[in-house]
Design a protein around this ligand. Sequence first.
Ligand SMILES: *[C@@H]1O[C@H](CO)[C@@H](O)[C@H](O)[C@H]1NC(C)=O
Ligand SMILES: *[C@@H]1O[C@H](CO)[C@@H](O)[C@H](O)[C@H]1NC(C)=O
Ligand SMILES: *[C@@H]1O[C@H](CO)[C@@H](O)[C@H](O)[C@H]1NC(C)=O
Ligand SMILES: CC(=O)N[C@H]1CO[C@H](CO)[C@@H](O)[C@@H]1O
Ligand SMILES: CC(=O)N[C@H]1CO[C@H](CO)[C@@H](O)[C@@H]1O
Length: 333
Amino acid sequence: MVFSYAFIVASTNDFASQNKLGEGGFGPVYKGKLSDGRDMAIKRLSRASGQGLVEFKNELVLITKLKHTNLVRVLGCCIHGEEKMLIYEYMPNKSLDFFLFDETKKMLLYWMKRWNIIEGIAQGMLYLHKYSRMRVIHRDLKASNVLLDECMNPKISDFGMARIFKQHETEAMTNRVVGTYGYIAPEYAMEGTFSEKSDVFSFGVLTLEIVSGRRNTSFSHYDKTLNLIGYAWVLWLEGDTLELEDLTLINTHAIHQLLRTVHVALLCVQENASDRPLISGVLSMLNNDTMTLPVPNQPTFFIGRTASNSTSEERKSNECSVNKMTVTVMEAR
Ligand SMILES: *[C@@H]1O[C@H](CO)[C@@H](O)[C@H](O)[C@H]1NC(C)=O
Ligand SMILES: *[C@@H]1O[C@H](CO)[C@@H](O)[C@H](O)[C@H]1NC(C)=O
Ligand SMILES: *[C@@H]1O[C@H](CO)[C@@H](O)[C@H](O)[C@H]1NC(C)=O
Ligand SMILES: CC(=O)N[C@H]1CO[C@H](CO)[C@@H](O)[C@@H]1O
Ligand SMILES: CC(=O)N[C@H]1CO[C@H](CO)[C@@H](O)[C@@H]1O
């Protein structure tokens, strides 16, 4: 559906700042009202992003064909000269990062909610990878791209970087690596190769964030350059996975489920893409308590971006996206 510019301007009170919901990957997002009274979210693509038209059309063509309860629905678009806007269904509870990384709001996400969110994201991905009529690689799965509906069900959004694969295609190369630092798989960051398995990698990072309520960024626990993956791995080796969980109220069944979830996440972030499961495998492992899980190989540890006061030497090595580390703490086992 095409919306008129005049309608959008009226509905957002000329993009008034009090109607601004946030800043997405390609520009600000505003809240407006549909003529039937329902709320809508308007993503106004920034002209400065320089990534306009191609991604816009990409997203539009893709997303209008995709329908799944764990994907956000697009209602239409608006094109006005240079201006391009996407109109989405409105998600009252914002995005996952808004809750997950906030000290008080994260308390609302008790374990069962988190588990439902992880499972829902996996279901949405399974649809993208397998059950939509196309095969879609999202390429930018992260907490801020997971929106929450009024019941806190997850909805994957932001298909601006997604790619459609032909049925026989299993991986593709690109010269322009897009995505978000910290979520992108090593083979994608280094060689530009992306596939279902690079989405699975991002899912693994996201799952560790959801379980721990902590960002992928640096940790001070053992070494401030060790990030979430490294941290989860070290705790897993030490049989200390529960330390990842930031909530105290949890019953025995939930502990079992939580350990299983972290185990599956570690399988997803394995360095060698062929060792990682497909998302269909991820779902069976998450849902079937009796299935034996393979032992994960050591993941690649990303070095977190350090504080701005780091030396330029350090900064240079941090910019290099992939780095292997020896974890000396393993000896403490
Ligand atoms: C990844 O695993 C596959 C299958 O086990 C193996 O053939 C390949 O050499 C491995 N790649 C690397 C870089 O280790
Ligand atoms: C769960 O996994 C076990 C062991 O792999 C398998 O035998 C069983 O059929 C699975 N159950 C379901 C419901 O898929
Ligand atoms: C860098 O900044 C952090 C806090 O922002 C501070 O604790 C640390 O001492 C600083 N390091 C140096 C080398 O200035
Ligand atoms: C946790 C939370 O903020 N939930 C809210 C989600 O949105 C619905 C509808 O706006 C609210 O009623 C919930 O309180
Ligand atoms: C170190 C690292 O990977 N940081 C990234 C974690 O994810 C956020 C997005 O949520 C990125 O902005 C960071 O760069």
